[in-house]
Each structure stands twice: as structure tokens, then as C-alpha cells.
Design a protein around this ligand. Sequence first.
Ligand code: PMP
Length: 425
Amino acid sequence: MDYSRFISTKSSNRMPSGISEMSSFLDEPSPSLVWLCSGMPSPEKFPIREMNLTLQDGKVLSITPECLSAGLQYGPAPGYIPLVKQLKTMTKSLHSPPLWEESDLLVTIGSQAGLWMAFEMLLNPGDFVVVQKTCYSDVLCMLTAVTPQYLAIESDDEGLQPDCLRTALKEVVKNGSKNLLKALYVVPNSCNPTGTSMGEERRREIYAIAQEYDLIILEDDPYYFLQYDEKPPPSFLSLDTDGRVLRFDSFSKIISAGLRVGYVTGPAMLLERLNIHMMTSVICGPMLSQVIISTLLQEWGEDGFKKYVVNLHQFYRDKRDVAIQAAEIHLTGLCEWIVPKGGIFLWLKVPKVADTTSMLVKRGVKKNIVLVPGKYFMADSNKPCQYMRAAFSCATADQLMKGFKNLAELIREEIALQNAQIIDP
Ligand code: PMP
């Protein structure tokens, strides 16, 4: 593929950091190498000498002195080398990307920073980006900063609707703006906020449309490992025969959100650019976090990691079941929802309330219940929105029951207020 039309002016203007480029000589240094190159602090003065990690089962993992010293130092922009190797092995085994030899992988500061770098790399102001009409709110916030034109597409219980996507793309082409079509953003598994997961056929159809209209797909998949009951269908990365997919993974929902470790996989040519964004913005990701993740993955091995993930499924599936039970008891007749197959969100529609925002923002806390108004997830936030998002990941069963009971009262009050306004405008 020729990627030149996809690189924004801002991205083309980014110059690689000379110092970071020189640092690649440190990847496999000879013992006699005298390094007078980068402005690294002296490891002799690092105040931390030892680090041990106590795991949930009581086992203690010692971070070796070499790993600790790498963790406390600046590191390569693409990531801590042992971790990059582990992630490549894992990605190859899970997704078998057809163009693996021409692909690369870069560790990012959570997947969010990866997404931001990718949007900045791909979009000039006024370019078209495809999103779901109901979209992860932080992506809408970061996209707003790049001032693209949205192609906001209707979704159903499998996510983006291909027919609506085709219609919108045809319209752009008809208006002579095909050249401005650049990117398609999608959360294929347990979408935030809708909780929907995309089946294989739908994925193939969307990939074919991206081929037809020459779009780069940004596959944002932080809930991949949180599909409770069955293995997710093939990822967009595993369908990518052209080199048009950038896949974003994250350890936030499965190991720690505070460590801020995610990674992006995709065509080496685009990853090379993202690497420049990385070295010229944040220098490198958090090295100590990467050392910790690498040590855990090393300790678990492939089978241990699988077991760990299965245990997470059990935990979050139970939470989901309690959330659904609480919703059935308290919200039946007031809200509608689909049961998510994974992830941590319940997307609630309140058919009798025109817009959930004021009820949640102005009166929710007083009723001891806080949810996110659906409006924040709408590509067009000017329209009223009957939805709201509940995250069931951290609440206890008791809290979920009480919370939804309070929510039911809040909704009833809102309906009464609405009716009163209709009678006495
Ligand atoms: N994408 C989606 C769909 C998310 O839900 C989140 C986290 N809420 C992110 C990206 C960001 O994840 P990270 O913590 O890896 O930056």
C-alpha cells in the first residue's frame, strides 16, 4: 500500500529525534562500548535498589537488578525490548496477521496515547473519519482537537451498520471528497459504551468496505481479553491482507490501568511514523511499568496468562450477571438494555425520558447514584439522548442493587417532572 496520502501535514513535519535515533546503538551494545551520547541520569544515583512484587497468591517476584535499572532509565521509544518481543509473540499467536513480516509493534502509554498519536498522524483538519454515532467519549474529545469531519454511522447490536456506512461513503464520493476519506475507528469487542460485539461476517463486510473506499481501520480493542463466554471472532488485524489496520491493545482492563501500558500493531511504515511521534513527544513509555508487565508475562508463560484471563472472565461475568439481575428487579419497565457478552458496561436506554443529562448531572448525586449521560458518547452531542452508561466493574452486588434502586427513583422523578412541564409549560 502507498501510505503517503494518509500522513497528515503535521505528522510529515515531525522530525525524528537525533538523540533517540543514536540510542538504537544501545539495543545490543558491545561490552567495550563507551556511551557518551544521551542525557541519561547516572544509575549509580537511583535511590531504589531493589523491587519485589507480591502477587495475589502470595508469590514474590524479584525484579532483577538489570531489569530494575532498565526500568528506572529512559528506554527505546518502541518499548522495553524484552516486552516488545513478548508482545510480538503473543500478537502473532493470537491474531496470525497475514502481513506479519511487514508489521511492527510499538508500546504506548495506554492505548489512549496510541490512538491520539494515530489520529494526529492520519488526519488533517477537514479529513473524514468514520465513527459510530455512539462512540467512546474520549476518542470524540481527542478527535475534536484534530477538527475532522465525522461520518457518524448508526449502530445496532453488532456495532457499525455496513449499509449505513456504504450510504455515507457513497455520498462523500458523490460530493467529490473521496480524497478526504482517511480513517475508520471501531471498538469490535464489548464496545464502550454500548457493550456490543461484532460478529465475524460483519467484520469481513466492514473490512471489504474499507478496502473499497481506501480507509485505514483503527481497531481499538481494550476488551479483547474480557470476552466472557467465547473466543472473539477474528480481529481486523487478522483479516488484514492489505496493511490497512492499526490495532490497539491495552493492559489497563486486565492487569493495571495505572501502569499505563498499551501497544499498537500494524504496518511497519505507519509504525515507523508513530515511533517518531513517540520519541518527539514523550521520549518513551513508562519503562518501570513495562518491566513489571514483562516480568509478569514471563512468570505466567502462555498457559499461565490464559488461566489468569479465564479467572478474570469468571469475576466480571459474575458482576455482569448481578448487574443484569439488579436491572431486571429495579429497572424493568423504565429502561431497556442488551446483555453484554463481555466488557464492563451496561448501556441503558430510558425510553420515557427525552434526555438523561440533566437528571444525571443535576440530581443523580443527591439520589446517591452517578452514571455517565449518554450524550457524552454521541458524535452529535447537540441532540437529546435517552441513554446512559453504567460501569459494573467495581461495584459490589449490594451497591449494584442499591444503585439501580436509586436510579429507578431518579427516573420516575424525572418522568414526573417532564409530565408536569408538559401540563404546565
Ligand atoms: N479505548 C476504549 C474503547 C476504552 O474504553 C478505553 C478506556 N476506557 C481506552 C481506549 C483507553 O485505554 P487505556 O487505559 O489503555 O489508555
